[in-house]
Design a protein around this ligand. Structure first.
Ligand code: NAP
Length: 250
């Protein structure tokens, strides 16, 4: 039987990389996109291939429509099918108050985290919808528990961009439910990845872990587990759901 194909944006590191490796072990062919870190992306590809499934890494900024179109074109050319999209690529910025935020910062935050996810979802729907001749599929958006908490004094812009992604999840889920596509989101809490250092807070997980009811940060694999469930037939009747994975930090 032909294997199913998943496209994971931002699959070179962190939650995306953990999802790619886990998907391969569960029999999926895997396409990952990345922005800058080719070596990290190639290491994920090598791990996926070791697990015995096919893998491809494509450089594409999710906030750039032409690059996203080229990414989906590569999936079409090399795999000829798409069964799941994980909208995982995302960025934070330095901790700032709203009073300090520049328009450039706001535009980047929404372009990558929100508009990028919309463009990828659009391209996935065009391929997977039974109305467009596809065979159905699943979209999993990687949001954040910040959309519940608001992230005051740190990155309200990021929280708001993820809040928009939550609403897209609800609306698109209903829009395409009768077209064979399920759309869900995970909302991770404090997860041990490089994203905190990229926002200038390398010690963020360690510092804030005592505030988490479970008293620890989470691992990327603990988020990947939920993403894999939402991609799989095991969640057949689940759509429009926002699954919080935050050790009780709500
Ligand atoms: P990470 O370790 O910083 O990895 C980010 C990934 O996204 C990398 O693969 C990076 O590619 C890619 N990426 C960044 N900007 C991109 C762009 N414009 N176009 C394409 N790819 C891009 O982050 P993470 O912690 O795994 O986060 C993954 C998702 O989880 C994000 O959406 C994040 O908001 C969300 N999340 C994370 C946490 C957490 O505590 N870690 C909590 C809640 C939500 P390169 O390797 O090429 O740079």
């Amino acid at each position: 039987m032909e294997r199913k194909v998943v496209l994971i944006t931002g699959g070179s590191r962190g939650i995306g990389a953990a999802t790619a490796r886990m998907a391969a072990h569960r029999g999926w062919d895997v396409v990952i996109s990345y922005q800058h870190q080719r070596d990290a992306a190639e290491a994920v590809v090598a791990d996926v291939q070791l697990a015995g499934t096919r893998a491809l890494a494509v450089q594409a900024d999710v906030g750039d429509e032409a690059e996203v179109l080229a990414l989906f074109g590569a999936v079409d050319a090399q795999f000829g099918r798409l069964d799941a999209l994980v909208n995982n690529a995302g960025v934070v910025d330095r901790a700032q108050t709203v009073a300090e935020m520049s328009v450039q910062r706001l535009e980047r935050m929404f372009r990558v985290n929100t508009i990028g996810s919309f463009i990828c979802a659009r391209e996935a729907v065009r391929r997977m919808s039974t109305r467009h001749g596809g065979r159905g599929g699943a979209i999993v958006n990687v949001s954040s528990i910040a959309s519940r908490l608001g992230a005051p004094g740190q990155y309200v812009d990021y929280a708001a961009a993820k809040g928009a992604l939550d609403v897209m999840t609800l609306g698109l889920a209903k829009e395409v439910a009768a077209q064979g596509i399920r759309v869900n989101a995970v909302r991770p809490g404090l997860i041990e990845t490089d994203i905190h250092a990229s926002g200038g807070q390398p010690d963020r997980v360690e510092r804030l872990a005592p505030n988490v009811p479970m008293q620890r940060g989470g691992r990327a694999e603990e988020v990947a587990d939920a993403i894999l469930w939402l991609m799989s037939d095991g969640s057949h009747y689940t759509t429009g759901s926002l699954v919080d994975i935050s050790g009780g930090n709500l």
